[in-house]
Design a protein around this ligand. Structure first.
Ligand code: GDP
Ligand code: MG
Length: 314
């Protein structure tokens, strides 16, 4: 592929595209019980530029003092709302629901719903998702407003511990056949219960955020590229490029996946097409050309890498 046209894009136009992307905000509402791995998940996928006013603490799973929704600006335009405590107790679930409704009703400066994505994290090893089903049916579904309903993403974390650590291949960092079957079954149970109870189509995914204890990495993440590709798919197209700007650069976090699909390629396609939309807005001819050439399968990875490198040259 002839990269010159990408490389020779006038710096002014490139800066224009980048600054537009960087002025676009993505808001994610994280929901899940204490200790399911909400903070670990965010830390594994995204990097923080250090200018954040807070960082989701990876804890020992202790019960939080309050049920406030904490706002973490991982970067200026990637904002995580952490809503802990799902399932702690029925009374607390009520309080929790109120906070979530409040968050879902927030509007951005354009009058659109502020929360782009509700990311519900469950413990893949749990057998009781009752609080989660209730929350989806009574709170999330009725308040998704003008959202497309696929903006609810369900993650089943701690896949490595789903059978108490059995059938997890530590050397290859992947589930053995028996654990895989079990995980596929949990996915199917959650999917069908959410369909029956709330009439929502969801495709839960199992993953592991990896285990870090006292700063020591005990296991690497699993299925994080898959999770990332799902997160991107669940965002409006233009907002996908915002995510590209903040992906964790530690490749070890992304190398183990179930490989049912080529998730890396899905991520690249998704980011590239988002970037092309922005490019098309700033310089139509470049956008049109790139849409035709850069998205050809044989050119995809190179073009995506090129765009990646643009982001990193801050
Ligand atoms: N084995 C394993 N441990 C995990 C995983 N994700 C998180 N943890 C651990 O679970 C504990 C609680 O995680 P944390 O992210 O603080 O949970 P949060 O309360 O939901 O934010 C920490 O000790 C993490 O290291 C995982 O996928 N596998
Ligand atoms: Mg946390």
């Amino acid at each position: 592929m002839d990269y010159n046209i990408l490389k020779d894009l006038p710096a002014e136009q490139l800066n224009d595209i980048l600054s537009k992307i960087r002025r676009t905000k993505v808001n994610v509402l994280l929901v899940g019980g204490t200790g399911v791995g909400k903070s670990s998940t965010i830390k594994a996928i995204f990097e923080s530029d250090g200018k954040n006013n807070g960082n989701p603490e990876v804890g020992d799973g202790a019960r939080p003092e309050t049920m406030e929704i904490n706002k973490y600006e991982l970067n200026e335009n990637l904002i995580i709302w952490d809503s802990p405590g799902l399932g702690d107790s029925p009374e607390k679930d009520d309080e929790h629901s109120k906070k979530i409704i409040e968050a879902l009703r927030k509007l951005d400066d354009k009058g659109k719903p502020l929360i782009d994505l509700v990311f519900l994290i469950l413990d893949a090893g749990s057998r009781d998702f009752g609080s989660a089903y209730k929350l989806i049916k009574d709170v999330i579904k009725p308040n998704l407003n003008s959202f497309d309903h696929d903006r609810l993403l369900i993650g089943l974390n701690q896949a490595d511990q789903a059978m108490k650590g059995h059938y997890w291949n530590k050397f290859e960092n992947r589930p053995e056949e028996k654990l895989l079957e079990h995980l596929d079954n949990v996915v199917e149970v959650v999917r069908s219960r959410v369909k029956e109870g709330a009439d929502l189509d969801v495709e839960p995914i199992y993953y592991s955020a990896g285990c870090v204890i006292n700063g020591e990495r005990l296991s690497e993440p699993y299925n994080l590229t898959k999770l990332l590709s799902f997160i991107l798919e669940h965002l409006p197209k233009k907002k996908r490029a915002v995510i590209a700007d903040h992906i964790n650069q530690d490749e070890a976090n992304f190398r183990h996946n179930d490989n049912k699909e080529n998730y890396q390629q899905k991520v690249e396609k998704s980011i590239l097409s988002s970037f092309m939309d922005w490019a098309g807005e700033v310089a139509k001819d470049i956008g049109d050309w790139a849409k035709k050439e850069a998205t050809k399968p044989e050119n995809l990875t190179m073009a995506a890498r090129f765009i990646w490198s643009l982001f990193k040259k801050k």
